[in-house]
Ligand binder design. Sequence first.
Ligand code: NAD
Length: 494
Amino acid sequence: THEFNTKLYKGEVSFKTGLFINGEWVDPVDGGDMIDVIDPATGKVITAVAGGNTKDVDIAVKAARKAFKTTWGLKVPGSERGNILSRLADLLEKHSDELTALECLNVGKPFAGARQLEIPAAVYVSRYFAGWADKIHGKTIETNEKKFAYTRHEPWGVVGAIVPWNGPLVSAAMKIAPALATGNTVVLKPSEITPFTALYLADLLNEAGVPPGVVNIVNGYGLTVGSAISLHPNVDKITFTGSILTGRKILKAAAESNLKNVTLELGGKSPTIIFDDVDLEQAIKWAAYGVYFNMGQVCVAGSRIYVHEAIYDKFLDGFTNFAKGLTSATGAPFAEGTQHGPQVSKTQFDRVMGYINSGISEGAKVHVGGERSSDEGYFIKPTIFVDAKPSMKIMQEEIFGPVCSIVKFKSEEEVTEWANDTTYGLAANVFTQNSARAIRMSHALEAGTINVNCSLSMELNVPFGGYKQSGMGRELGQEALDTYTQVKAVHVNI
Ligand code: NAD
């Protein structure tokens, strides 16, 4: 196994580039793949890291099973699992600068935003589930005079966690923390595009005292490692975040192998609805943040913005200024003042530009942006479309880039219908000062998360998940305890 060293931001950062199995760094058994990791701000290779294959997944699953039966699972009191997770949270906090720097280098995230929001979120979610580890209770149910039953919330066993590239550390932490708190062991596959923070995390797991085999990290391609995990007969559950296309493949693999339990967090095409009674400045700020944060690479991005006709022109002016301001604050992820960085990869850059071109060819108008902002790297200007029609691809499909359409509406009824006219159902944002309307809309919108007068709420103590094709099951909050356990009923005849 090799080590990667780089001088970033405040100092040296280093991590190993092999596979992390049973608490040790190993090379793939058959040599595996060497996967180039690209700096999205320059398009140049940073380093190559190891990618595993089916045999490595098999070894990792065996290690996870053994740990589940011997050093983790219900063998270890919840309080002790909680202590270990708390130590992990402390270590993540201690190394926040390094983790942020790696996320900036690998994903292209602007440093300030990542340091302020995402890395603290990974710390918080670990601490939050550490607190739950000794509070997982069943109940007692009286059945008749002589009989009663009690329930136990038992871990599934080995959990396969497959995560995407847009928030690599926080999405890994969102899966590892509740899985470990409830007693499961994990085989984690980071996105092959963004493995750096997961690799850095591995040594922190050892330092926190997570026993060998409890978390195994097998980097690699989706078609090799990802599909080996989802087909594996000894993986009891998959927790997946990514695209609908891959979600379908995982569900199919689960059905065709051992009917493993599956939780899916998939894509979105979230509406943002602005009524005419809002605080305009605040609504513009939230709506813009809601679509441009992380260069639009956010599953809950509010990319369809519906504005009441009475304030449409004023809103569009203000929103345009915001987008232009962001364009001027575009730059290298580490540069001071950068608020907008590159798209994560050439593939994503091409995909987003493809959507921009499709919007134009279908008759929508680019109001601002619509082009790359630098010859080097994968930078795209914050873009606004106007004159978009509901049937256009840019209004129906997830773009996952800094692109939105701003559309005029007349009535609550009309906008509710448009907002729900989608196969997605991840989130929806409503802006109004009228509380009755806010509640009415919140109940009428078909989505797992509703934000009233705000956007991108990722409060990690609140359940999160999709309606319709945006997902299956819930992550985060107390609901995650159900996601990562199965209920056993014990009937007792006295
Ligand atoms: P993706 O589906 O291409 O990849 C996600 C992960 O799945 C990666 O680790 C990838 O290697 C792996 N994978 C690919 N093919 C696989 C296969 N056949 N079997 C098993 N694993 C496989 O998605 P992406 O491009 O990395 O991420 C973007 C998508 O993720 C968007 O659609 C976005 O909306 C979604 N997303 C959803 C949420 C959410 O919580 N709902 C959060 C972030 C991103």
